[in-house]
Ligand binder design. Structure first.
Ligand code: PAF
Length: 325
């Protein structure tokens, strides 16, 4: 039987309806970070995914690549610039080589506490530096956090600067940190994070330095005997996007990405607040020996390097960060 005009019309309407109802294919995005899904970075990435899905349902499918699966932080930053990676959270250990101005946050004993650091990062200085990323082929979405960096090693407890002398310590590939460690007589050994566990196991380095968030989530008590609470430098983290993926988004989606990055930052800070209170007991239970440190002696020992930092970043900026209440 030949279809009459009504059957044809209904069929056409059904096809058009089905077509309109079919969701557009979700855009796949790669989100890279150096630590496990159980870390502050993992917490940040999950919060990002949840927030973006709430604001742009079904539009983006984000695949997480934890544990440096897409390379060390330097390679991740290059991947963002090239567009082979869409999203990432990294430390300023890596960004300083791409956006030198972010190195100002790496100056030792600059921040009094977490609240001080968060105030600066959320304020004018932090937002100005976040905008600098766009000049280097990267999109700075939000400042997250790692916490204050602490020294671990397998040789001895470090309570005063003289104890640190001669220790072979892995540092990030960050000239601001390296200058300070060398001033203390530490044999600073810059190395990408994915190589650190093997170097500690093989004894090619004595120690490393990272915040409690990393010491706990990367299970460093399995590799290190002593934890000295140096809190020598604050470690921010930054949520970044590739301009290749970000620039073509609608204004509404860009806003959703920024909001998701804020959610990631909040999740990281919550993780840090938690691990700073519970982490010490956890690492001690795992066999680590923890000791307090004479911070004033360390800060005094680093006085000679401050003129170099002033020259690099401007004394006014350094002082204004230090004096932020
Ligand atoms: O020590 C580092 O390189 C960084 O703190 C780490 C662990 C890769 C997290 O960004």
């Amino acid at each position: 039987m030949r279809p009459n005009w009504l059957t044809k019309l209904l069929t056409a309407a059904c096809v058009a309806g089905a077509f309109m109802a079919a969701p557009a294919a979700a855009k796949n995005l790669k989100f890279a970070y150096a630590l496990s899904t159980n870390s502050h970075y993992g917490a940040g990435a999950s919060a990002f995914v949840k927030s973006l899905e709430a604001d742009a349902p079904g539009k983006f499918r984000i695949e997480q690549f934890p544990n440096s699966a897409l390379g060390g932080e330097r390679e991740v930053l290059e991947g963002l610039q090239l567009g082979t990676i869409d999203l990432a959270v990294v430390s300023t250990g890596a960004t300083v080589n791409f956006v030198p101005a972010t190195g100002v946050f790496d100056i030792p004993f600059l921040f009094r506490d977490l609240q001080h650091a968060r105030k600066v990062l959320d304020g004018d200085v932090g937002q100005r530096l976040l905008a600098e990323f766009s000049k280097r082929g990267l999109v700075g979405l939000a400042w997250g956090e790692q916490g204050f960096r602490q020294l671990t090693n397998n040789v001895r407890p470090v309570a005063k600067p003289a104890d640190a002398k001669g220790l072979k310590v892995r540092t990030m590939e960050n000239p601001i940190h390296i200058t300070a460690f060398r001033e203390l007589g530490i044999l600073a050994t810059p190395m990408a994070w994915p190589e650190v566990a093997t170097a500690l196991q093989q004894g090619t380095i004595d120690g490393q330095e990272n915040p409690m968030s990393v010491i706990v989530s990367a299970k460093l008590p399995q590799l290190q005997k002593y934890l000295s609470l140096t809190s020598h430098v604050y470690g921010p983290a930054v949520v970044l996007a590739s301009p290749v993926s970000f620039d073509g988004l609608s204004a509404q989606d860009k806003e959703a990405f920024r909001k998701a990055a804020q959610a990631a930052a909040v999740a990281m800070r919550q993780y840090v607040d938690n691990v700073e209170t519970t982490g010490l007991e956890e690492v001690q239970k795992a066999g680590m020996r923890v000791n307090k440190v004479d911070h004033a002696a360390f800060s005094q020992a680093l006085e000679p390097v401050y003129p170099k930092y002033y020259k690099q970043f401007g004394k006014e900026l350094v002082e204004s960060i230090r004096n932020t209440q």
